[in-house]
Design a protein around this ligand. Structure first.
Ligand SMILES: C[C@H](CCC(=O)NCCS(=O)(=O)O)[C@H]1CC[C@H]2[C@@H]3[C@H](O)C[C@@H]4C[C@H](O)CC[C@]4(C)[C@H]3C[C@H](O)[C@]12C
Length: 324
């Protein structure tokens, strides 16, 4: 399972949890403007916007999971297993392989309007990266500081949904996730009033009872509701420290602890990493399951006019600030 979210204070923030039972070998990867992208069906692009994100680099190619570009657009791919169906290559359209989707969009679009225009003529196709790395079944959230959309390629074609919550998890499809939020409209961060029955003297015997009924399990639909409630009621100052602290708390509401989600005998899905990008400043912050200290990589500290990837292996292991 995975969860992605947007958040706005003074700056625009975009990030995700990546929940899985193993890592593909992830690195914070900066793709500078002149890195040559060879698209399988769209030819070579020698010049594009710079991108920073989490990627598995295979044969020198950045296979991004989530990223932002230098213009402040963010994009993340999350599992959509059993529902994702990619399209066949079609003449006259922009045929983009699933693993190229993030560089295709982030390399060219400065805002969500430009994303929408590009999606209009795009065909998301299932061409695999390699035999070892076949197509991943994903759906995507794409956002800028003003709005977010969800892109789902299914048996009946590509769907582009407005995403007013700025949140994405996994199955079921996005429209159903949004519909299920109806179930929680009575929840509130305020203490409840007794509307159950006038004849009964019911009391608020604990803080937090206004949100009683908000799910706490790790299923995708439950995480959608939990993180939507948390994000939409979030309050923080708008300094960088306050904003990223709050962002990690928002995604912390759906953190997966080892042992609670068994995927096969003795194998557990955990939150391998949590990211928080400042999309305005081009900074990628992250924590990992084993390292709660926030690590940051600033794309503007790299030569963005270069042509070679900048790769930063994840800092692992708890960093303890000893006091004595
Ligand atoms: C496993 C990851 C998704 C995690 C997730 O959503 N978990 C939920 C599990 S479940 O639904 O609840 O079962 C996805 C997100 C991005 C994916 C990677 C990116 O798409 C980049 C490449 C794409 C290649 O086609 C396959 C390898 C790969 C390197 C992908 C491996 C894997 O599928 C990743 C890492």
């Amino acid at each position: 399972m995975c969860t992605a979210a947007t958040y706005k204070t003074k700056d625009f923030y975009f990030g995700r949890t990546l929940d899985y039972e193993f890592s593909y070998g992830d690195e914070i990867t900066v793709t500078p403007r002149k890195f040559p992208f060879e698209f399988r069906h769209m030819g070579k692009r020698d010049s594009h916007y710079a991108i920073i994100g989490m990627a598995h680099v295979a044969g020198g190619y950045p296979l991004y999971y989530d990223a932002i570009n230098e213009k402040g657009v963010g994009m993340a791919g999350l599992n959509f297993v059993g529902n994702a169906v990619y399209q066949a290559v079609e003449a006259g359209r922009d045929n983009v392989a699933q693993f190229e989707f993030i560089p295709w969009i982030l390399g060219q679009c400065a805002d969500l309007d430009e994303v929408r225009a590009l999606l209009d003529r795009m065909n998301l196709v299932g061409t695999p990266f390699s035999e070892q790395l076949p197509s991943a079944q994903l759906h995507w959230i794409i956002a800028d500081r003003n709005a977010a959309i969800t892109v789902e390629c299914m048996a009946d074609g590509m769907h582009i949904h407005e995403n007013p919550v700025g949140v994405l998890t996994n199955n079921p499809p996005f429209e159903t996730q949004m519909f299920l939020l109806n179930n929680y409209q009575g929840l509130s961060p305020k203490q409840p009033e007794n509307t159950f029955a006038e004849q009964l003297q019911l009391q608020s015997y604990s803080r937090g009872m206004g949100a009683l009924g908000l799910p706490g399990d790790l299923s995708s639909a439950s995480r959608f509701a939990k993180v939507a409630f948390t994000k939409m009621n979030s309050k923080s100052g708008d300094s960088e420290a306050e904003s990223i602290s709050q962002f990690f708390h928002i995604l912390g509401s759906v953190d997966q602890q080892r042992g609670c989600c068994e995927v096969t005998d003795g194998k557990y899905e955990i939150t391998l990493y949590t990211s928080c990008c400042n999309a305005d400043k081009g900074i990628y912050y992250y924590t990992t399951y084993e390292n709660h200290q926030i690590t940051g990589v600033d794309m503007h500290h790299c030569d963005l006019d270069g042509s070679e990837l900048f790769r930063y292996p994840l800092v692992q292991g708890e960093q303890i600030h000893w006091m004595n």
